[in-house]
Design a protein around this ligand. Structure first.
Ligand code: S6P
Ligand code: ZN
Length: 197
């Protein structure tokens, strides 16, 4: 069957939503076990409600090189202790694959790092475009306590997701609320590549 070009809209009313999508992925607090630094607060919150942290709307494409996977990520506002709501974060399984994020709404950061221990934290604000080069793990963090952080993403079809090493110790940098403002701090759980051996 011939693969036809297509067009869809990013509808931006009260909520941002795609006019068409194939998958709607919902990630709850329970999917983030061990990720937030304040474990007690995490357990307390979870015992009350398994809150929705973020939602991803994907267009289905074959997961092969040459294709581009694309969709919308909606990260809701909130905190676990002092730590803002964030995505799980991942490396791409095929490390040499990049990703582009276009921020449509909200405010936050993309926290990134390489396997070698380099790190970067870039702001996400409406109309900004973020380029995540190959080899960089990435996690978005919503630093607004009232608004969704909404981004449109595009990445290679064969990239895949590797959550393993991030699940183990998190990212090198955390984004915490300090005096009502976001601050980038060291993650006390993070070990250097040498210490991990
Ligand atoms: C995929 C891309 C996004 C994330 C989404 C959720 O490569 O980076 O679609 O999947 O933002 O994050 P995560 O870390 O739970 O997959
Ligand atoms: Zn990615």
């Amino acid at each position: 069957m011939i693969d036809l070009p297509y067009t869809f809209d990013v509808l931006q009313d009260e909520k941002v939503i795609l006019s068409e999508y194939d998958n709607h992925i919902i990630r709850h607090l329970s999917a983030m076990k061990g990720q937030f630094i304040d474990q007690d607060n995490y357990e307390d919150m979870l015992s009350v409600e398994d809150t929705i942290l973020y939602e991803v709307y994907e267009l289905k494409r074959p997961e092969v090189a040459g294709e581009l996977l694309h969709g919308l990520s909606v990260l809701h506002p909130g905190k676990v202790g002092d730590e803002y709501f964030m995505t799980k974060g991942h490396f791409h399984t095929v490390l040499d694959t990049a990703e582009v994020y276009y921020c449509l709404r909200g405010s936050g950061y993309m926290v990134m790092e390489t396997l070698e221990g380099d790190w970067a934290v870039e702001p996400l604000r409406p109309q900004s475009v973020l380029y995540v080069p190959p080899r960089w793990a990435h996690r978005s963090v919503n630093t607004s306590l009232t608004e969704d952080l909404v981004t449109f993403f595009v990445y290679p079809g064969d990239a895949g997701h590797d959550y393993g090493s991030i699940e183990l110790q998190g990212f090198r940098k955390l984004v915490l609320s300090r005096g009502g403002k976001p601050q980038i701090v060291d993650n006390p759980r993070w070990l250097t590549p040498e210490e991990r051996r």
